[in-house]
Design a binder for this molecule. Sequence first.
Ligand code: HEM
Ligand SMILES: *[C@@H]1O[C@H](CO)[C@@H](O)[C@H](O)[C@H]1NC(C)=O
Ligand SMILES: *[C@@H]1O[C@H](CO)[C@@H](O)[C@H](O)[C@H]1NC(C)=O
Ligand SMILES: *[C@@H]1O[C@H](CO)[C@@H](O)[C@H](O)[C@H]1NC(C)=O
Ligand SMILES: *[C@@H]1O[C@H](CO)[C@@H](O)[C@H](O)[C@H]1NC(C)=O
Length: 325
Amino acid sequence: MGSTRFSGILVSCLLVIIGLSEAQLQLGFYAKNCPNAEKIVKDYVGEHIHNAPSLAAALLRLHFHDCFVRGCDASVLLNSTSSNQAEKDAPPNLSLRGFDFIDRIKSRLEAQCPGIVSCADVVALVARDSIVATGGPTWKVPTGRRDGMIARGAEAIANLPPSTSNFSNLQSLFANVGLDWKDLVLLSGAHTIGISHCSSFSNRLYNFTGVGDQDPDLKTEYAAKLKAKCKTPTDTTTFVEMDPGSVRTFDLSYYTHLLKRRGLFQSDAALKTSPTAYNYINQLLKGPLQNFFYEFGKSMEKMGRANVKTGSAGEIRKQCSVVNS
Ligand code: HEM
Ligand SMILES: *[C@@H]1O[C@H](CO)[C@@H](O)[C@H](O)[C@H]1NC(C)=O
Ligand SMILES: *[C@@H]1O[C@H](CO)[C@@H](O)[C@H](O)[C@H]1NC(C)=O
Ligand SMILES: *[C@@H]1O[C@H](CO)[C@@H](O)[C@H](O)[C@H]1NC(C)=O
Ligand SMILES: *[C@@H]1O[C@H](CO)[C@@H](O)[C@H](O)[C@H]1NC(C)=O
């Protein structure tokens, strides 16, 4: 009796283990069914990113936005429908770009291996390959993500950190996707490349507490420079470099600026308010750059696993902007 029960438990344990291993991402997931998949992505990026290097930042951000809402399931790529406002069309989308780039890669993949490679994996691979092609860090991208069928604007609002976040807001939104304070510090380092619209920070320049004031934590000279570009509190079209002076270089200068009260967003400045994060930033700044690259890469790999759909969950979309009919 006892042994029957024991083997029963053993069998259930094995089933759980098999179930778990089935549900994992793996390196080279497409090796059998579409051996060229990763090469097709990488070649496309290699051929085209240099025509628009600023797109690398946009593609990295797309992956972040995807993973934070319903997991990395390409829900960020879905179009709105007459009855549903998608993530794409919710306020946190400000300046999300790169959708056409993803679509063109997906077409190449569909031409070689129809219905095999998920849009979610394309987003993850493209983010990595674009950053590598423009001189940034690399990381492992295990594959096997499946595409989600739902995208809700309200969930983008609820799950993506606003630029006005304080440290505890940031920590809890990162914790929702399995990321800790260290991942937060490292991944915020992505703001070493790319641009921001004035509207994402103009409250700090013109009306910080609602009395027409400026954020005292923003260095005066820097605030003045930003005001010269963002001339009115309601400007929604002008944009600025997030890491002035090295906007295209993936380096440590984001952190240098941060400690000198030249972080662009309140969420950037908020990293200094945690003593642990502050110490870690100082440690990163001691270098070498390779250390930041290595740690950033580890956090990216971790982000890329956020609530992924695997096995038979979801689907493999034919077109990234719509669910299969
Ligand atoms: C920590 C919380 C974060 C907040 C509050 C935040 C907020 C923002 C905002 C407001 C913008 C500017 C959008 C615009 O006005 O055009 C931006 C840009 C950007 N963010 Fe973040 N972000 C965060 C974390 C991340 C993470 C984790 C990544 C990637 C790993 C990332 C990558 C980027 C990149 C690359 C850009 C530039 C996009 C471009 O040039 O088009 N951000 N972020
Ligand atoms: C999704 O929306 C974009 C922009 O509105 C549009 O260009 C594209 O054709 C749409 N995709 C599909 C499959 O309808
Ligand atoms: C962002 O959302 C607005 C509506 O809030 C929409 O008009 C705009 O096209 C969206 N941008 C992108 C890149 O999807
Ligand atoms: C952070 O912001 C939230 C509101 O968004 C507020 O409830 C909380 O008290 C703030 N935390 C700190 C430490 O300021
Ligand atoms: C500043 O914010 C307050 C409160 O939201 C608002 O009443 C006021 O009109 C704003 N002032 C400016 C200059 O935008």
